[in-house]
Design a protein around this ligand. Structure first.
Ligand code: FAD
Ligand code: 2HG
Ligand code: ZN
Length: 463
């Protein structure tokens, strides 16, 4: 067993002195995006190759040091932040950024784990292809982090979560072995689909070093509308109608509350083209076939005739569409500027959303009467960010548990897309069945028997 300084020497030998950060140089890596979790790592290691990741992991394993993988550090569950022990090593993938290949014919991208999402999307667009993962953090989030959290975002309705886009994976295992399955195949049923072990498991079973991602054709036309709706029931009726009329083109069906839109206009200096409603929808459809705009106009007309919409704007240009999206994508930032929130990332069957919102609202008015809500998210996926503002931080656990109890009663999930990290691991432990606990521990113990990969995240500590 090596002590801390012996391990630092070993890591410097592997990646070079400049790629091992200590002291104040670690600050940006030691705290999460929300400034909610703060860690004290032994060091930050920034390998340049898969071989260096492998050797760094092996050195940490030999020293018995915990490892925290980190990508863009935009995660919202504290998964990339180490503990306060001063012994954990952050392995940051931010030097492994190569886009090795974009194949417009096979429609795949081979990229290193540290590549930034936006950069990969731009490279795909140059080949008339789309990597359909879209989220407000796309200028900072990295491919390995997106895979490790099985990220969602606003394109899930049409294209699925990140998992649906991963064709091949290269991973460093907790003992330093490299599992390389960088295949460009759409069909591969040869044995267990081992890559699934590392998608959405938040760096607790392996470190993703490279991936082959599925691309789709870049839609030539898009229609984007911001619509005011009278209530959630009307929004669901419009959603059902939109699925019937333009289903395969529909890529985003996002909900924004009036209070949320007010936060954005108050804190980011943007103007909203429509105002005064309790709820808004941001809807987008895309297609390579002509006729999309006409279909969108017909949809809006029906929405007004049926009383599902009270106001609305259909973007006239790409710039207008981008301005509408900017309102939606500024909700997290505006919420932060307004003092932050106790966050929830819930999903329920879409038919239950109205009831869940009502029950959660009633519960809050009894238990936290001063609370203000910022509810928004991916209505088409049944996934809402039920963010509770104006409640003391000390009440976070109580509020989390009460909201999650409502969600659990309706067959929902307490983490639709952000993962458990350290933020939700205790709540998962409280609500999961004994069989789920048992199987989770058996998988973790089989792959990482010494528990060195991302300790304290996702997998509850053994009793
Ligand atoms: P990090 O934050 O660095 O890490 C996240 C987790 O993955 C940690 O557990 C970490 O240990 C692990 N990890 C990172 N890299 C690797 C690797 N190479 N191998 C193994 N494990 C690794 N998420 C959504 O799903 N949908 C959204 O719409 C969305 N919008 C967001 C908007 C904003 C403004 C912000 C700040 C965040 C948003 N997120 C969203 C959350 C976040 O962007 C995603 O979770 C993203 O996938 C994290 O990527 P990252 O590279 O920043 O990962
Ligand atoms: C989004 O949908 C993200 O914009 C962030 O998932 C959600 O800030 C949040 O709670
Ligand atoms: Zn989201």
């Amino acid at each position: 067993m090596r002590d801390g300084s012996g391990l630092l020497d070993d890591l410097r030998d592997i990646v070079g002195d400049c790629a091992v950060l200590i002291g104040a140089d670690m600050a940006a890596y030691a705290t999460d995006w929300r400034d909610l979790f703060h860690g004290t790592p032994l060091c930050v290691v920034r390998p340049a190759t898969t071989d260096e990741v492998s050797k760094s992991v092996a050195a940490c394993a030999l020293a018995g040091a915990g490892i925290v993988p980190q990508g863009g550090n935009t995660g919202l569950a504290g998964g990339a932040t180490p503990d306060l022990s001063g012994t954990q090593v952050i392995i940051a993938l931010d030097r492994m950024t190569a886009i090795r290949r974009i194949d417009p014919v096979g429609m795949t991208a081979l990229v290193e784990a540290g590549a930034i999402l936006k950069t990969v999307k731009d490279a795909a667009e140059e080949e008339n292809r789309l990597l359909p993962i879209s989220l407000a953090a796309e200028g900072s989030a990295r491919i390995g982090g997106l895979i490790a959290t099985n990220a969602g975002g606003v394109d899930v309705l049409r294209y699925g979560m990140t998992r649906a886009l991963v064709l091949g994976l290269e991973v460093v295992l907790p003992d330093g072995q490299i599992l390389s399955r960088l295949r460009h195949l759409r069909k591969d049923n040869a044995g267990y689909d081992l890559k699934q072990l590392f998608i959405g498991t938040e760096g607790t079973l392996g470190i993703v070093t490279a991936a082959v991602l599925r691309l789709v054709p870049l839609p030539r036309h898009r229609a984007t509308a911001l619509i005011a709706v009278p209530d959630i029931g009307a929004a669901i009726q419009l959603y059902t109608h939109a699925q019937s009329e333009i289903g395969e083109a529909l890529s985003a069906f996002e909900l924004i509350s009036g209070a949320g839109l007010d936060l954005v206009t108050a804190h980011t200096g943007q103007n909203a083209p429509i105002k005064g409603a309790d709820w808004y929808l941001l809807i987008e459809a895309g297609s390579s076939l002509p006729g999309l705009r006409e279909a969108a106009e017909t949809l809006l007309e029906t929405a007004f005739t049926e009383g599902w919409a009270t106001d609305g704007v259909l973007a006239e240009s790409g710039a207008q569409a981008d301005a509408l999206w900017s309102l939606r994508e500024s909700l997290t930032e505006a919420e932060g500027k307004a003092g932050g929130a106790i966050k929830h990332d819930i999903s329920v069957p879409i038919t239950e959303i109205d009831t869940v919102l009502r029950e959660a609202g009633e519960m809050l008015s009894r238990t936290a009467p001063d609370a203000r809500l910022n509810v928004f998210g991916h209505l088409g996926d049944g996934n809402l960010h039920y963010n509770v503002m104006n409640v003391p931080k000390a009440d976070a656990h109580r509020v989390n548990a009460a909201v999650h109890d409502v969600v659990a009663r309706h067959g929902g999930s307490i983490s639709a897309e952000h993962g458990l990290g350290q933020y939700r691991v205790a709540e998962w432990a409280r609500l999961a069945s004994p069989t789920e606990h048992d199987l989770t521990h058996r998988i973790k113990d089989a792959l990482d028997p010494r528990g060195i990969l991302n300790p304290g995240k996702v997998v509850p500590q053994h009793d």
